[in-house]
Design a protein around this ligand. Structure first.
Ligand SMILES: [Zn+2]
Length: 152
């Protein structure tokens, strides 16, 4: 399977290259907080088939990083919660949200299955984040494999 090129959501303030939100710039090694080049980001927690614990840790770091650079919306892909090693990721993510684990940085969240095309949740979400329209359009019947986080 060909590896899909990740679209980097930020730019290094020191060398100007596109970079990820977290860690040092891979181009110049700068550890300065980067400049976000857009206000949304997609985080795929299934990449690399991590344990649920590692996925939650990764989400925690990304929520913090995204919050620091002013990202307003994070689309978290966590899979469908089916059986198997990766199946637990969805449940730890949603459990953490429901227990206000990220409430200092996440204002509100929408489960993918609640924002099915043309549903009331869909319209509600688009009122708050009109720019998400192109990302939600493919989910005609809702997508239980993702959760949308609205950052504070
Ligand atoms: Zn750099």
């Amino acid at each position: 399977m060909p590896k899909r090129q990740a679209i980097q959501p930020a730019e290094c303030l020191e060398c100007g290259n596109a970079r990820s939100l977290l860690g040092n710039c891979t181009h110049c090694g700068s550890d300065a907080v980067p400049h976000a080049t857009r206000d949304w980001v997609v985080l795929n927690l299934e990449l690399g088939a991590p344990t649920a614990e590692d996925a939650l840790d990764r989400l925690t770091r990304h929520v913090r990083g995204a919050s620091e650079v002013g990202i307003r919306t994070m689309i978290v892909i966590h899979g469908y919660g089916s059986s198997g090693s990766g199946g637990k990721i969805k449940w730890v993510v949603r459990d953490a949200l429901e227990n206000n684990y990220f409430s200092d940085r996440v204002d509100e969240y929408y489960f993918g299955e609640d924002v099915a095309f043309a549903s009331s949740g869909y319209h509600d979400l688009l009122r708050r984040r009109p720019g998400l329209k192109e990302h939600l359009a493919p989910f005609k019947v809702g997508n239980a494999g993702m959760t949308v986080l609205l950052m504070r």
